[in-house]
Design a protein around this ligand. Sequence first.
Ligand code: NA7
Length: 532
Amino acid sequence: MADYDVIVIGAGVSGLYALHHLRDELELSIRVYDGAADVGGTWWYNRYPGARVDGPGSPYYCYTFSDELMEEWDWAETQPTQTDVLAYVGHVADRFDLRRDIQFNTWVTDASYSDESGLWSIETSAGEHVSARFLVCAVGALSTAYIPDIPGFDGFQGEVYHTGAWPHEPVSFTGKRVGVIGTGSSGVQSIPEIAREAAHLTVFQRTPQYSVPARNRPVSPEEAAHARENWDSIREVMAVNNGGFPFLFDAHSAYMHTPEQRQERLEELWQQGTLNFFFANYSDVLMSNEVNGWVADFLRSKIREAVDDPETAEKLMPDFFVGTKRPILDNGYFETFNRDNVTLVDLREDPFEKFTPSGVSTAQGDHPLDMLVLATGFDAISGTMLKLNPTGRRGVSLKDKWKDGFDNYLGITISGFPNLFMIHGPGTPGVLYNMPLGAEREVQWIGNCIQRLKDKSLSTVEPTTDAEAIWGEEVNTLANRTLFPQTDSWYTGANVPGKPREFTVHLGGPLYFQRISEVAANGYEGFVFEAS
Ligand code: NA7
């Protein structure tokens, strides 16, 4: 007899909705575990200065399942701060009385399936052993901080922080010489903030990035009222938009525009800022080298305009296909390099040579430092599942199963791991979709699947390896039509040495949700069920 129907690992945005949906709507018994001291997941850990939503922003980075929630929550800014998002997530936990079923400060240290009992057993850092029929892994796609193995790094004895595991105590930069390693979204968001306070900031850049102004501003009362009044129709648009956001873009091929019209179109989108620049420019920007090059040239010209020193501007010139690394939004990133207290080190031509207790030497000079900020990203999408490393049938671990690639079905289930469900796993639209909405839709699918087992008195559900192979092909086929796989990024796993290179995001957006609904409607094709 299991202790619970479902164990959920993770009390972030996905885990909270899983708890609410499975407990309050399907009436299952649930226990949620989280290593943090409160709800929030990614938003609990990413407290670095400047951390904000860098999607299309509020009021649309939110849950959609409750009209009351929409009615009662006011977002202050279009790009909410980490503090605001955490307050919202905390409000959701209060509103739906979620905390009573969550055990905080508790890591799940082991999760194993028993062939004999057909149950999942977990062990926790508190020394508990708990069992459940179903295991829902809401472990986060961007939750395992990646700390690169930089030779000699341990020789540095100043303060060191990772943006994805930022301390809860305030970190002061005042009067300090700070180095930031990494210029992805976290580096680009934090660099202007740190530069304003630090005595000196040295940015250690490996890959220069494209970035578009976030144009953050207060949400006006009229906008908030409009979103509330039109919430039903807004949700309908979110369901069909490729990224799960409430916009219908009139994107067409760039070849339909003259060079002058292209310039005008890109300028107009640039002035609007936000991720819409990337979503709305041209339908073939991620398909055609040439079109991508036009958009890249436009963004490079904006860097040249923003940065006073031409040599620094050249170091900041990105040279990969626009949009094939996570698009970035900034609040004055490039302008930060015009400050007297900011230095840019291009690691590609001036690599690290030696860390000392009080700084680092690169090939071209010494950089005295009191603090290093690692904005070096995450072992994304698959990393936290592998850290959990559940053991499935016949004692096979996920590390064994995923040695050469992240085989799974629908991004949600894994052959050999019955009754285990992932949210935002490899092969879902996950990180390229409005994540709270994506989580809701995946959780609803998981709930329906569990309900089917209950209704038909079945004990386990598990995909076949054939279904996994066909699914992997589908994800790859969609990716291979685009320029995405050609770039080294965390979408392809290239940021973590030794990780199998595989593009692990389903690029279909609404097509993905249509596909998983079809699978269910067709009697859960690709799955094997066992009777009780
Ligand atoms: P990212 O986007 O993975 O950025 C990490 C940055 O760290 C990137 O510039 C990397 O350069 C750099 N990096 C990684 N390893 C090294 C080493 N060894 N030396 C120098 N530089 C290094 O992570 P973020 O946290 O910024 O963003 C993650 C997502 O969180 C973001 O997209 C949002 O969705 C939220 P590289 O480009 O690999 O050359």
